[in-house]
Ligand binder design. Sequence first.
Ligand SMILES: Nc1ncnc2c1ncn2[C@@H]1O[C@H](COP(=O)(O)OP(=O)(O)OP(=O)(O)O)[C@@H](O)[C@H]1O
Ligand SMILES: [Mg+2]
Length: 294
Amino acid sequence: MSGYKDEEDIKRDAEKMVEVQDLWFSYNKEKWALKGINMELIRGEKTVLLGSNGSGKTTLLLHLNGILIPDKGRIKVSGNYLSYTKKALTEVRKRVGIVFQNPDDQIVAPIVFQDVALGPVNLRLSDGEVKNRVKRALNELNIEELSDRKAHELSEGEKKKVAIAGVLAMEPEILVLDEPTSGLDPQSSEDLITIIDSMYKQNDNMAVLVATHNVELAYEWADRVIVLSEGEIVKSGKPYEVLGDEKVIKSGRLAMPRVLRIYKGIEMAACENPGVPPRSVEELLKVMKGNLRQ
Ligand SMILES: Nc1ncnc2c1ncn2[C@@H]1O[C@H](COP(=O)(O)OP(=O)(O)OP(=O)(O)O)[C@@H](O)[C@H]1O
Ligand SMILES: [Mg+2]
């Protein structure tokens, strides 16, 4: 084997927006929260990070814009290794937008409009552009009516939407969301996914990472799924490769997505040429109808 990279490797290198290299981190020097994480976010890809409570998802995310500093290992964003000077951190935080798990950690201004405007103001955009960005973000999340409300008086779900709007208003290249749908009603969760998808359509220079417990969302929506357990990656790959693997489901303390569970049952009972498994209820119904006609 030659030491040269082939064309595929070169293309993949060019498309890496984030590279985490052998990342180790401990909060207290007694126990590792992350143990040798290697991970990439690729331009145009939606990556979902799954793992049980305490597996290290939030800890990993907080490294991506330099909020936490690795004990060992390095992180590359858009081709440059992270450095932790004030100037470098300001720059990286323009590129990497993180929506925190707890909206109270994100919301700082007293009034919703002011809070969502903070990011765009820090980007030194004109007043007009700041207003446009805030209005657009509030409108996308369907919360224009919250614009003049006091942030601390909002419901949990409303706060979550305001926190998300604040990050969307910065239009980051790398969008990182920690449990974005927790606390949101089903329609709002679906709307949020639609918003992220439409951001992708408008801008192909983006990568998204979502940490969640929602295996159904990961299976149906992600391009790539990563499962974390006790600070280590158990498996990473296409949704079916990862979530169709019983061992991964068990060690990640996950549940197999319902569509996949039903499909596996049908596949065993009826399907001679299984092919690619369906990813949504609609696709599953198509497979079932096809089999009934045979
Ligand atoms: N500020 C902190 N100080 C000390 N230990 C912490 C701190 N934050 C997290 N930990 C520990 O680090 C480990 C990873 O926690 P982390 O919050 O990254 O998990 P998580 O996968 O995001 O969990 P969840 O699904 O509950 O959000 C856990 O053992 C947790 O107790
Ligand atoms: Mg967490």
